[in-house]
Write a protein that binds this ligand. Structure first.
Ligand code: SF4
Ligand code: SF4
Length: 488
């Protein structure tokens, strides 16, 4: 796309050139909270695939595993089969509502603290400080002409980015296969090509998005800030510059020179801008670039402490509470601002889905019976006058050990059943089978009822005959010739 023609002697640009963001190191309550969340989230991500969980000899011992080959999802003691995808769907719905809940309660806290883009950008910004120094040193180096030492420094820093990115991509594939085995195969060159491809793509995206794109992902690429902005209302907690207290701004010296002038508390030190990871000035009001990380609160509180003014010139506040405070009322404690009707509705919805999933998880059976009747012919009249129907039944064992089971008839007086593996002479009211661990056993079942039996409903019952027990029941229809036909 071409830039438009110059207007009034000014070269108009379609896109604003990116301004470098070099956030200054800051310490404070919110910075420490960010550290803690970074350690926890990265720790969970990198360590989880290495956790072991004993499931016996018939199942993998990786605590969290998405076993695509065998179509299973393992999470500690929970094992999800493909037909139980509603659990995964439920978890995804909970995650979505959870995001709404967090936004309603504490604004864009997800963006500021736990979003992967924020966490990895934060990590890379610490690498910048480690290699290049704090904000001023980074700006000096950025503006310096290319030289051998600048190139060496850049290459060193980028190689650290690359190692972090590679670890990130490498950790991801460990969720899809046994981690120790995959590592061995990966380094010996025998892993599946998909694994190498996935690591390459994830390494590249982490390197590019975390190392170079950074705040541009939040401001221009990610749709979530727009959605969140639409969700925020006058009761939402956002990071707020209290202009009624801070304006008009003046440095401490200027204020001392004009003691009669009524200056505000902001000394225009620019520290809130210097620490901002997206490079915005919160004093210009709420904006989409603010991820509400609250580092500007830490910076301003520190400045207020140094100049002997009360903290909270920049603080979390709702628009409603800001208006109250502006009118001279004391600010409402943050914990009270969290609880408003929309938050409670989201919390109720989120909890209801969570309870429903827990209930379904706790009451699900680990064996299952599926039956499919032969349609053509629906019945056969045997030489001795008995009527025979046939079914394909599937016995499912969702445990990681073989289980003995019995399929029995309920109803259909006088009928007996047998399978392909049995002689008709051994037919009985039930048949026994052992189903392998984590497997489905298909059986052909023939049911013969005495001559003269009419069409009727009955049931096939599945029971596990081991100590743990459990069972399932499937209703079925027994087809037979009508009375007129039977008499012929
Ligand atoms: S850190 Fe506080 S005092 Fe300094 S410019 Fe920002 S708002 Fe004003
Ligand atoms: S303005 Fe403050 S809260 Fe918003 S992104 Fe910048 S430092 Fe974080």
């Amino acid at each position: 796309m071409r830039n438009p023609e110059p207007m009034q002697g000014v070269q108009q640009q379609w896109y604003e050139k990116r301004r470098g963001v070099f956030p200054r190191q800051i310490d404070g309550t919110f910075r420490r909270l960010k550290w803690a969340i970074m350690v926890i989230t990265l720790g969970i991500y990198y360590v989880t695939p290495w956790l072991r969980w004993n499931r016996g000899p018939y199942a993998p011992d990786q605590a969290v595993l998405i076993d695509l080959a065998n179509r299973r999802f393992y999470m500690f003691s929970i094992e999800i089969w493909p037909q139980e995808f509603y659990f995964v769907a439920g978890l995804l719905i909970m995650a979505g509502i959870g995001l709404f809940l967090v936004t309603s309660a504490v604004g864009r806290a997800w963006c500021g603290y736990a979003c992967p883009q924020t966490v990895w950008t934060d990590l890379f910004q610490h690498v910048d400080r480690l290699v290049d120094g704090d904000r001023n040193a980074q700006i000096r180096l950025q503006n310096a002409p290319w030289s051998g030492s600048k190139l060496a420094r850049r290459l060193f820093k980028w190689s650290i980015y690359l190692v972090i990115s590679f670890w990130t991509g490498g950790a991801w594939i460990m969720y899809f296969a046994d981690a120790p085995t995959l590592v061995r195969e990966f380094w010996s060159g025998t892993a599946d090509p998909v694994a190498y491809g996935a690591v390459a793509v994830l390494t590249g995206t982490t390197f590019w998005l975390g190392g170079f794109m950074r705040e541009q992902v939040c401001i221009y690429m990610c749709p979530w800030p727009r959605i969140q902005t639409a969700m925020l209302d006058e009761k939402s907690l956002i990071v707020t510059y209290k202009d009624w207290r801070g304006e008009p701004r003046a440095s401490v010296k200027a204020a001392q020179k004009q003691p009669a002038a009524a200056f505000g508390d902001c000394i225009d030190c620019n520290q809130c801008v210097a620490v901002c990871p997206t490079g915005i000035d919160i004093r210009e009001g709420a904006q989409v670039g603010c991820i509400t990380c609250a580092l500007c609160i830490d910076a301003c509180d520190r400045v207020m402490g140094q100049v002997g003014r009360p903290r909270g010139l920049i603080d979390y506040a709702t628009l409603e509470d800001a208006a109250r405070e502006k009118a001279g009322n004391p600010p409402t404690p943050h914990w009270k601002l969290i609880w408003h009707p929309r938050t409670l509705v989201y919390l109720g919805l989120w909890s209801a889905i969570g309870c429903a999933l827990l209930f379904a998880l706790g009451t699900r059976t680990h064996i299952d019976l599926a039956v499919q009747k032969d349609r053509n012919p629906p019945y056969m009249v045997l030489s001795d006058g008995k009527v025979r129907n046939a079914w394909t039944v599937k016995l499912k064992n969702m445990e990681n050990r073989p289980r003995p089971m019995v399929v029995a008839l309920k109803g259909l007086p006088g009928a007996v059943m047998w399978t392909d593996a049995m002689s008709q002479q051994d037919a009985a009211r039930s048949v026994h089978a052992t189903v392998a661990a984590d497997a489905i056993l298909p059986l052909r079942i023939y049911v013969a009822a005495p001559a003269g039996t009419g069409e009727q409903s009955f049931a096939l019952i599945l029971k596990a005959t081991d100590r743990e027990g459990g069972g399932d029941l499937e209703k079925a229809r027994f087809d037979a010739p009508n009375e007129g036909e039977q008499g012929q």
